[in-house]
Design a protein around this ligand. Structure first.
Ligand code: CA
Length: 232
């Protein structure tokens, strides 16, 4: 599933975060509208013309939860993904009870946001599972658990982010610059991350491919990496 043409409302008062989200979503082909306060977000959302709403909770003028509550009361049914720095179970429960469809704690990898968005949109249409797969390698995007041929593969959080990103771009070559930008959120590249990325790729490859007849994670010399079951 791709996000091309998806109409997304981003309600976020931190300009840097809002702009980063906008840029990322535009790259995915989405049509993006930004709202920088709860009030503005509420009125935009009331138009009902969005396929998905990304809603920050800590907002000026009107708190995110209040916005959400009012929208649901007014029967605005667009899926809402709550983005928040509040990392507490109560907030999470409160958010979901208020009518959020999913919840992501800041900071998060953009790739993870995209994966969650896809899960939400699929949920809205049919009941396709939220499993990403390349050959017998599977990643459950909700629980972030990984298996190969049914056997659990234990990854660190960063390795999981990296695998998720590669899975979302399966059969496509991913450059180190793309990984630095989207997985490490390093847009300046003042300190080149290449070595760090290579180390993580090496660990990931070891866990995913070692001892398997079919290798999935390949290095494309001089360019980057590709996760594929075809021979690159
Ligand atoms: Ca905020």
């Amino acid at each position: 599933m791709d996000l091309t043409g998806l109409r997304v409302l981003v309600v976020e008062d931190e300009r840097k975060v809002a702009r980063a989200l906008q840029e990322g979503l535009l790259r995915e082909g989405c049509v993006v509208k930004l709202a920088s306060s709860g009030e503005e977000g509420f009125f935009e959302a009331m138009s009902g013309e969005f396929d998905l709403i990304l809603l920050d909770l800590n907002l000026p003028a009107r708190d995110g939860l209040e916005v959400l509550q009012t929208l649901r009361k007014r029967r605005v049914s667009s899926p809402v993904l709550v983005l928040t720095a509040r990392d507490s179970v109560e907030d999470r429960v409160l958010g979901l009870e208020t009518g959020a469809d999913d919840y992501l704690t800041k900071p998060f990898a953009f790739a993870e946001l995209v994966a969650r968005m896809k899960v939400l949109l699929r949920r809205g249409h049919d009941d396709v599972s939220d499993t990403l797969a390349v050959s017998d390698l599977e990643l459950q995007s909700a629980t972030r658990s990984v298996t190969r041929n049914g056997v659990p593969v234990h990854l660190t959080a960063k390795e999981t982010d990296l695998l998720l990103y590669l899975m979302l771009h399966k059969d496509q070559i991913v450059t180190r610059a793309m990984i630095a930008r989207d997985v490490w959120h390093d847009t300046q590249r003042a300190t080149p991350l290449d070595n760090v990325i290579d180390v993580h790729i090496a660990h990931l490859r070891k866990k995913v491919d070692d001892g398997r007849p079919v290798k999935l994670l390949h290095t494309v010399r001089g360019i980057g990496f590709v996760l594929t079951q075809k021979k690159p």
